[in-house]
Design a protein around this ligand. Structure first.
Ligand code: GDP
Ligand code: IMO
Ligand code: MG
Length: 417
């Protein structure tokens, strides 16, 4: 077990290989102990990463999941869009649990500020799409699309603006709000936004890092290790995902490295996280979506309700072409196959192994194991059919399953040598 952990090297990324919610938070929390710096790179509070430690459940939207470990440096990278009240709330919740992270937090000055106005625009756009087409994208309504539009439109407000003199910050905010009002015809609340920025500045002003990539590089050259926590998943990537039913950021390793300003050759390992089946929350294609009865069963066993919005997740089966796509795009060195235990009662498990000429899924039926795998920590202790299921994924993707989740708790994980 030590072998695999030390073979990951000093710069490891954890990337979702499906439509998000694969269980990235859990493996980041588990690995964080061994790293000095834990970093989020992209996305915003659309993410919901759940960690279960003992009887306590924590859900992080902006802070990286490793922040529960004392003494770790926690980074919010340039590629992020940060809703400051959500960040302050997460910091406050941790404080109530006697975990103070302010002094070990760095926030990239280039990260964008996501305003309440962006959330209002997101909600409005979803309504308009639903009216026009009968269905929206099913966004999390956390303002992600509008915030990235401001960013790529070069009109956004960045974290560095919190360091401006009061009057300049006010002017910058008002210019942005006027722009949003003119463009989208919504009402904004300048007083509330101002208040939010002021509160964030007073707590976090000193934590804004002017050259986050150089800061990270300097730490890495002093021997500090970095664990990168991806958000969302490959199939939600703005370029490579199931467009337009995607998020607005690059969710692959390329996006994560860009979002932190880490050079690609520094990366030593990249763990793809995939459920042993598959889920999606929001609209869009889902080739291996199960029938209603199976969906209900998987949803109840897997607790498949969104960590951010509470929406029931659509459930289905593993689709190997998608995992292969993720492996190509990210160069996965290892899999973390999560939630194997959720399949414990399935007599036969369908796996999508390809697409037929008529566009339908080519299925392979894998025998189930009908035994509990909950909490198992040794691969050899898994029922034979569960071992075969994991080996089949490995053979079909050419990526070793180094980590296999057998329950939501931190310690419910098989780590293979
Ligand atoms: P993330 O967004 O990728 O971090 O994943 P989420 O936290 O949104 O959703 C994953 C859910 O599955 C969470 O409720 C986790 O506690 C839970 N989970 C993670 N790994 C396992 C596992 O191996 N088995 C079971 N039963 N639950 C797991
Ligand atoms: P984590 O990090 C699951 C989905 C939304 C919607 C689409 C666009 O927890 O895996 P957005 O609000 O980003 O504009 O929504 O992307 N989505 C996620 N689904 N997990 C996530 O993050 C997601 N982040 C966004 O449901 O379909
Ligand atoms: Mg999630």
């Amino acid at each position: 077990m030590q072998n695999i952990l030390s073979s990951l090297g000093p710069v490891t990324a954890v990337i979702g290989a499906q439509w998000g919610d694969e269980g990235k938070g859990k493996v980041v929390d588990m690995l964080a102990e061994r790293y000095d710096i834990i970093a989020r790179a992209c996305g915003g509070a659309n993410a919901g990463h759940t960690i279960v430690v003992g009887a306590q459940k924590h859900v992080f939207h902006l802070l990286p999941s490793g922040c529960l470990h004392p003494g770790k440096t926690v980074v919010l990278g340039s590629g992020m869009v940060i809703h400051l009240p959500t960040l302050l709330e997460e910091i406050q919740t941790l404080k109530q649990a006697r975990i103070d992270i302010v002094d070990r937090l760095w926030i990239a000055a280039n990260a964008h500020i996501l305003l309440d106005a962006h959330k209002a625009v997101d909600a409005r756009q979803e309504e308009q799409r639903a009216q026009a087409t009968g269905e929206g994208i099913g966004t999390t309504k956390r303002g992600i699309g509008p915030a990235y539009m401001e960013k790529t439109g070069r009109t956004g407000l960045r974290m560095e603006s919190l360091l401006l003199p009061e009057k300049s910050l006010q002017e910058a905010l008002h210019t942005q709000l006027r722009h949003i009002e003119e463009l989208y015809g919504i009402q904004t609340d300048a007083n509330m936004e101002e208040q939010n920025l002021r509160e964030a500045r007073s707590l976090l002003g000193k934590r804004i890092s002017h050259d986050a990539p150089a800061h990270l590089a300097a730490n890495m050259s002093q021997g500090k290790s970095v664990l990168i926590e991806g958000a969302q998943g490959v199939l939600l990537d703005i370029d490579h995902g199931t467009y337009p039913y995607v998020t607005s950021s690059a969710t692959t390793i390329a996006g994560a490295l860009q979002g932190l300003g880490i050079a690609p050759q520094k990366l030593t390992s990249c763990i793809g996280v995939a459920k042993a089946y598959c889920t999606r929350v929001g609209a869009g294609t889902f080739a291996t979506e199960a029938d209603e009865e199976c969906q209900n069963r998987l949803r109840e066993r897997g607790g498949e309700y969104g960590a951010t919005t509470g929406r029931p997740r659509r459930c289905g089966w593993l689709h190997l072409p998608d995992l292969n796509k993720g492996a190509i795009l990210n160069g996965f060195t290892h899999w973390n196959i999560t939630k194997l235990d959720v399949l414990d009662k399935e007599e036969s498990i369908p796996v999508g192994v390809g697409m037929q000429d008529d566009g339908t899924v080519q299925w392979k039926q894998m025998p189930g194991w009908c035994e509990s795998t909950a909490g198992i920590t040794l691969f050899e202790d898994l029922p034979t059919n569960a071992q075969s299921y994991v080996r089949f994924i490995e053979e079909q993707t050419g990526v070793p399953a180094a980590f296999i989740g057998t329950g939501p708790k931190r310690e419910e994980m098989i780590t293979r040598a």
